[in-house]
Design a protein around this ligand. Sequence first.
Ligand SMILES: Nc1ncnc2c1ncn2[C@@H]1O[C@H](COP(=O)(O)OP(=O)(O)OP(=O)(O)O)[C@@H](O)[C@H]1O
Length: 309
Amino acid sequence: MSTATTERHDVVGHSNTPILELENVGKSYGNVHALRGVSLNVRQGEVTCVLGDNGAGKSTLIKIMSGLHDHTDGTMKLDGVARRFGSPRAAQASGIATVYQDLALAPLMSVWRNFFLGNELRKGPLRTLDIARMKRICEDELGKMGVVVPDLDRPVAGLSGGQRQCIAIARAIYFGARVIILDEPTAALGVKQSGVALRYIVKARDAGLGVIFITHNPHHAYLVGNHFIILKLGRVVLDAHRDDLTLEQLTTEMAGGQELAELSHELRGIDPGKVIEPGEVEHGHVEAPALSREELKAVEREDEEEPRA
Ligand SMILES: Nc1ncnc2c1ncn2[C@@H]1O[C@H](COP(=O)(O)OP(=O)(O)OP(=O)(O)O)[C@@H](O)[C@H]1O
């Protein structure tokens, strides 16, 4: 059994101490404050969801935790010890794996080659590739995640988006990840494939990893998350445990909460002083007054006549 696999089994058995802790972390790019006062804990066997719209600071947060960028304020701790990774390699060596949306897989290479890319197993005095062993391990590890790939020699480009996600996750776990950061893993996937990716998130959690699930989709987050953080313009605007939050609250907060309620007032032409009941703003859906068919056609005509820049 490889060291990586042993390590994986060691982390199962959940403890309450966070693996990774951010305390009041901030990041400025010159005058731009991309993040301010962000605190979060990543615990083993838990999924921490970080939600936010474009420009909320999600990428910046990922870059700090994955060693690409240094934070400019606050403290990041790994196993209770303050750390600055300095490089992605250092973060990886500390067990922090990041699976980006584009997955960093080589599409024309086979499944097993991708699995071992950069970590190939070799044998004998000539250090030739130990293909049989790599294929066997790859098959075993994918099997643990519930993925059966009929032909490991197939290029990964031929697999579904969900299966490709799984290879990236299984690879990270096998090579000793303790924390896995998933950057919008369901963003480019349809409903069915999103389900596949979400199942793998649960598998990674159940394997004892601390999972950070970055998404803008509250429905996906709520299906798998233990803890939820919403970032807005670089600040934490919601930080709640699953027990203290309903899907509806998460969705409303994500959609803009109070701002959405105000917009709803405006669009309905209701007296802004009137209190809107929580149930009236549902799932981020704004009930704008419906346009008649004629009005709709007039809007389309206006759009067509609008001079293009
Ligand atoms: N290298 C940089 N230099 C200057 N400003 C930056 C840099 N990177 C990000 N920013 C700014 O920091 C803020 C947060 O950006 P970030 O990319 O982290 O957000 P995001 O939530 O990932 O958004 P998106 O989903 O659109 O990628 C934005 O205002 C962005 O313009």
